[in-house]
Design a protein around this ligand. Structure first.
Ligand code: PYC
Length: 345
């Protein structure tokens, strides 16, 4: 096409990245699909490759996630060659602030997009190596072979700690639960905040969510019981119980809100409910986002590991491709990436 030729001949391109963009329950995932050609990532796990990318190529995250190419609530995934023999693909995840170890909506987006593009065969199981560990997914297909839904079996999840933390916007300390579900979450019952989970209050939820995350990280030195390594809460999940379907608003990154019910957040919520005796193994758990989109969760197994109740959660949702992009960097452009809202910590 003439425009492609003119673009290739005339547009100054100091770097170029191909992405496939998807949304899962309204939450975007910008998937870098040509990472293998673009980056030399050191390490023999996707976790170390992610760390190598963060060390040497973090400007790419800024370029693709932030304005003017992205926006304050953009989310990204980078597909790389797997190192784990059991994995079909490997992916790591990035947001406006940095990197998450695991992402449910992003995994659903990556698996759906790669199958629809023929980059992965239409199998009944696709194993994804993530920085949090190996995640088994089960794509479900429609009559035309398109991906209708993906069930993600997340890494084992558990309640880490429950305590009270003072926050500036309440007279009394806030009761919180710290839960691991591929990322460390702080879970908060919205009853304490006297706000319904509606988009009208988004700005308050962002402000409070970031403050709660900071307060919990100041208060609680998380030592991951599986690795002995220090960790930090990455995501605040404020939830609301309802007689028909529970809802949540999830705040993460540099103050972004998940439009989806958050895949790992759904797993964190189920781990908490299981510990509280409010959810059983194999019981369906629908969960709704602040914009009303739904995932379907389930705990498929549970075990007691040295006194900690550990559950194996699944979460299912649908993703759709929204576009294919070639993003370029022109070094003469003084505005490579910017952010005008949010709270940098
Ligand atoms: O779906 O797990 C998820 C997720 C994490 C952050 C945004 N979405």
């Amino acid at each position: 096409m003439e425009i492609d030729k003119a673009f290739d001949q005339n547009v100054r391109t100091d770097a170029a990245f191909t992405t496939i963009d998807t949304h899962t329950g309204g939450e975007p995932t910008r998937i870098i699909v040509d990472a293998a050609d673009q980056f030399t990532l050191a390490g023999d796990t996707v976790r170390s490759k992610r760390d190598s990318f963060a060390e040497d190529s973090d400007w790419v995250r800024d370029l693709l996630i932030r304005e003017p190419r992205g926006h304050d609530d953009m989310f990204g995934a980078v597909v790389v060659e797997p190192e784990d023999d059991c994995a079909d693909i490997a992916a790591f995840f990035m947001d406006s602030k940095g990197y998450l170890d695991m992402c449910g909506h992003g995994t659903i987006g990556v698996v759906s997009a790669l199958i629809e593009l023929g980059e992965l065969s239409s199998a009944s199981t696709v194993c994804v190596e993530t920085p949090a560990g190996l995640v088994k997914t089960h794509p479900e297909y429609d009559d035309n072979g398109g991906v209708e839904r993906v069930v993600v079996q997340n890494v084992d999840s558990f309640v880490y700690n429950s305590f009270e933390v003072p926050v500036s916007f309440l007279k009394t300390p806030l009761s919180v639960d710290v839960v691991y579900a591929g990322n460390f979450f702080v879970l908060v019952d919205s009853e304490q905040l006297s706000r319904p989970l509606e988009t009208t209050y988004t700005d308050e939820f962002i402000e409070w969510g970031l403050e709660i995350r900071q307060a919990v990280n100041n208060e609680c030195d998380i030592v991951d019981p599986r690795t002995g390594e220090h960790a930090a809460v990455a995501i605040t999940e404020i939830y609301e119980h309802a007689s028909d379907v529970d809802r949540s608003v999830v705040v993460f990154g540099d103050g972004q809100i998940d439009r989806s019910p958050c895949g790992t957040g759904t797993c964190a919520k189920m781990a908490l409910l299981y510990e509280e005796g409010k959810l059983s193994v194999d019981q369906a758990y629908p969960y709704e986002s602040i914009i009303g989109t739904r995932f379907e969760g389930k705990i498929v197994d549970s075990t007691d590991r040295n006194g900690t109740i550990v559950v194996t959660p699944t979460v299912a949702g649908s993703a759709y491709i929204t576009g294919k992009h070639t993003f370029i960097k022109d070094s003469r452009d003084p505005l490579q990436s910017l952010r005008i809202s949010g709270t940098e910590e």
